[in-house]
Design a protein around this ligand. Structure first.
Ligand code: HEC
Ligand code: HEC
Length: 300
């Protein structure tokens, strides 16, 4: 009796939820077609999701595995400055914060310098790729190659909305979608069609557009995922070795170094891709730390 009653409650809650979703979609005030980067335009139609999205702005807890506060990592671990000597991360590295801070944080970082015109500055435009729903808009306007093949300063006036709805959703149907070419291309090179991904896979894949190991290929700084040989650190290392790629040449040891630990954050490990990386990072970090210790001994 009780079981039947509880089941009945569940079914009716589900039906109500479906009706609610249908009525939300039928009564949308802002019917959006094409690419829409402005997060505010989703607020009236999806107030609850919008509200949870704004919560990514919170900076109220610190933890062993990165809270949501930007902790200046180089201050806490000064050895990283030596470890990263010759790499932009030695200038400035803070732990990640929530998505709403993406534009603010990349702009404030010393790694992007202070470009004074569109052809100035240390970084390419590729650095914007994981920061904003304005990126697909600009890629459509300029072409993907030309988007990457620019200085970071060139896109500053256009890229203003922090990571938001259209990065993960098709704005018209609100289905999950892949907005970044690098992930689609990595799948294609493996002979896989990302449009065949299941809804469950899509829940991870939307995150894997950004929370992955990547590199900027060639002079055009084309954003590329090193997945052609597989997903393990060894596979990616083999890929990089074959491509002759390294992230930087260490200033003291003159060793070419791959740095696969950039853009990690322990909080994001609920996604499959990032979890795989966290496991592998540990290996990589230990190798790097070893190098750090060696460097410190040399310095003494
Ligand atoms: C368009 C690129 C992009 C996508 C898509 C994306 N992220 Fe992020 N994420 C970032 C960037 C960039 C940061 C760091 C922002 C900063 O520090 O200002 C970040 C930060 C985070 C943080 C905060 C870390 C902390 O320590 O508080 C979490 C958690 C996170 N992402 C999880 C996810 C999950 C889960 C998904 C998929 C549902 C996802 N992200 C999809 C780019 C992205
Ligand atoms: C980082 C990726 C990401 C961002 C940014 C994001 N969402 Fe989502 N959203 C998801 C995922 C993943 C789901 C779960 C989809 C599923 O259950 O298959 C979801 C679910 C939803 C749903 C369906 C809810 C339901 O219960 O059926 C709506 C509506 C939605 N999001 C609206 C928004 C709005 C509005 C924004 C911007 C303010 C936004 N989302 C930003 C990833 C994202």
């Amino acid at each position: 009796m009780v079981v039947v009653f509880v089941l009945g409650l569940c079914v009716s809650a589900l039906m109500e939820r479906r009706a609610e979703v249908a009525s939300i979609f039928n009564n949308r005030k802002n019917v959006i077609k094409g690419i829409e980067a402005r997060n505010e335009l989703f607020k009236d139609d999806f107030p609850r999701e919008y509200q949870t999205w704004t919560e990514t702005a919170k900076t109220d807890f610190e933890s062993e595995f990165n809270g949501n506060i930007a902790v200046v990592a180089l201050e806490n671990r000064p050895e990283m400055v030596i470890l990263w000597a010759g790499y932009a991360f030695s200038k400035d590295y803070s732990t990640p914060r929530g998505h709403m801070h993406a534009i603010e944080d990349i702009t404030a970082s010393l790694r992007t310098g202070a470009p004074v015109n569109p052809t100035d500055g240390p970084q390419p435009s590729t650095c914007w790729t994981c920061k904003s729903p304005d990126v697909p808009r600009m890629m459509e306007a300029l072409g993907v190659d030309s988007f990457y093949n620019n200085k970071w300063g060139a896109m500053g006036a256009e890229i203003v909305n922090p990571i938001g709805c259209s990065d993960c959703h098709d704005p018209e149907t609100m289905n999950l979608h892949i907005s970044r070419p690098a992930l689609i291309e990595a799948f294609q090179r493996q002979g896989k069609d990302i449009t065949k991904a299941t809804p469950q896979e899509m829940r991870s894949l939307v995150c894997a557009q950004c929370h992955v190991e990547y590199f900027f290929k060639g002079d055009g700084k084309y954003l590329t995922f090193p997945w052609d040989k597989g997903f393990t650190v060894e596979d990616m290392e083999a890929y990089y070795d074959e491509a002759g790629f390294y992230d930087y040449i260490h200033k003291l040891s003159r060793t070419p170094i791959l740095c696969a630990i950039t853009f990690t954050n322990a909080n994001a490990k609920r996604t499959k891709f990032v979890t795989a990386w966290n496991r592998n990072w540990r290996k990589r970090i230990s190798k790097l730390n070893l190098l750090g210790i060696m460097e410190r001994q040399k310095l003494k």
